[in-house]
Write a protein that binds this ligand. Structure first.
Ligand SMILES: NC(=O)c1ccc[n+]([C@@H]2O[C@H](COP(=O)([O-])OP(=O)(O)OC[C@H]3O[C@@H](n4cnc5c(N)ncnc54)[C@H](OP(=O)(O)O)[C@@H]3O)[C@@H](O)[C@H]2O)c1
Length: 276
């Protein structure tokens, strides 16, 4: 991190907060004692974090006094209340890193006093295994250093890209919801393998390794997917026969339409928080 002495305060102790805190500790970026977490009522979640050396508090005043980076990890429906509780304690020395899906930066800025430095990130559920596909955007008062610091912290959840905030609806549609598309693909591959005569266990193992191997091929060779696809598609072979069926069934079009609908839905949900 740019400033390793930064103390981190996390608001929320749920799945996202836990993945974030555990990722930071595993990376060695900040020691557990440099992280303070608060939530609303689930004391068991705070207890679990205390067990790994993290500090926990039951209110936001002391958390904000200790921390320079404030991480927002509450559900969007609880955002308004959490921001209202935080507002009196947030100042120019704080960097606010929002992990909340769909809450626009101007909404956060307006609730925390206008000139607060905000970075908003969209991570996905693979954060739990530190393989999230994450994108981050800086608010109107966030500096280059703020963005770099946020990216360093977010890198504990997986690779991070910096985008404009307006791109975050598309990021949500592709990467935020993305694990579900891949899980559906996996379910279908496993079912198809079983129908083709494999045991479910064998089908699962083959499907999993096939998806993992294909992703690694793309990452390591840096090839375009179309190029790798054409390499495995021999004229008159099995792959070509299968791809023809997928094309006739509109597989690609369905994915494009699904992601377009998810982006639209993200915009609809964000519009509810549109009035800064
Ligand atoms: N889960 C993911 O993989 C994922 C991926 C991308 C983005 N996100 C985003 O991350 C955020 C958190 O999601 P999650 O899955 O971690 O939710 P979660 O498991 O429901 O956790 C939410 C946490 O917020 C706390 N909370 C609610 N209101 C609060 C308040 N006023 N003050 C302090 N703490 C408060 C809750 O405390 P109590 O339990 O005590 O009520 C709970 O610890 C969401 O905005 C979501 O969009 C999550």
């Amino acid at each position: 991190m740019e400033r390793p002495d930064q103390a981190i305060g996390v608001i929320g102790a749920g799945s996202m907060a836990q993945a974030f805190v555990r990722g930071i500790i595993a990376s060695g970026l900040v020691p557990p004692a440099g992280i303070t977490v608060t939530n609303r009522e689930r004391r068991d979640r705070l207890e679990a974090l205390r067990a790994i050396g993290v500090q926990t508090v039951l209110e936001k005043t002391s958390l904000c006094a200790k921390a320079q980076v404030l991480v927002l990890a509450v559900k969007p429906k609880d955002a308004e209340e959490a921001l209202r509780e935080l507002a009196p304690h947030v100042g120019p020395h704080h960097l606010v890193l929002s992990l909340m899906a769909g809450i626009p930066i101007p909404f956060i800025e307006s609730r925390l006093g206008g000139t607060v430095r905000v970075v908003r990130a969209m991570a996905n559920t693979s954060s739990a295994v530190r393989e999230s596909a994450t994108a981050a955007a800086g608010g109107s008062h966030a500096t280059g250093d703020d963005l770099r610091e946020a990216v360093t912290l977010l890198s504990c959840l997986g690779p991070v890209l910096v985008v404009d905030e307006q791109a975050l609806d598309a990021v949500t549609a592709l990467a935020g919801s993305g694990p579900a598309y891949v899980y559906l693909l996996m379910e279908s591959l496993i079912r198809a393998g079983a129908q083709a005569g494999l045991t479910e266990e064998v089908a699962r193992s083959l499907a999993l390794q096939t998806v993992y191997g294909a992703a690694r091929m793309l990452i390591e060779t840096k090839s375009h997917p179309a190029e790798l696809r054409s390499r495995v598609t021999s004229p008159g072979g099995t792959t070509e026969a299968a791809l023809r069926v997928l094309e006739t069934a509109g597989f690609e079009d369905a994915l494009v339409r699904a992601i377009s609908r998810a982006k639209e839905r993200s915009q609809e949900l964000g519009a509810a928080f549109g009035e800064a």
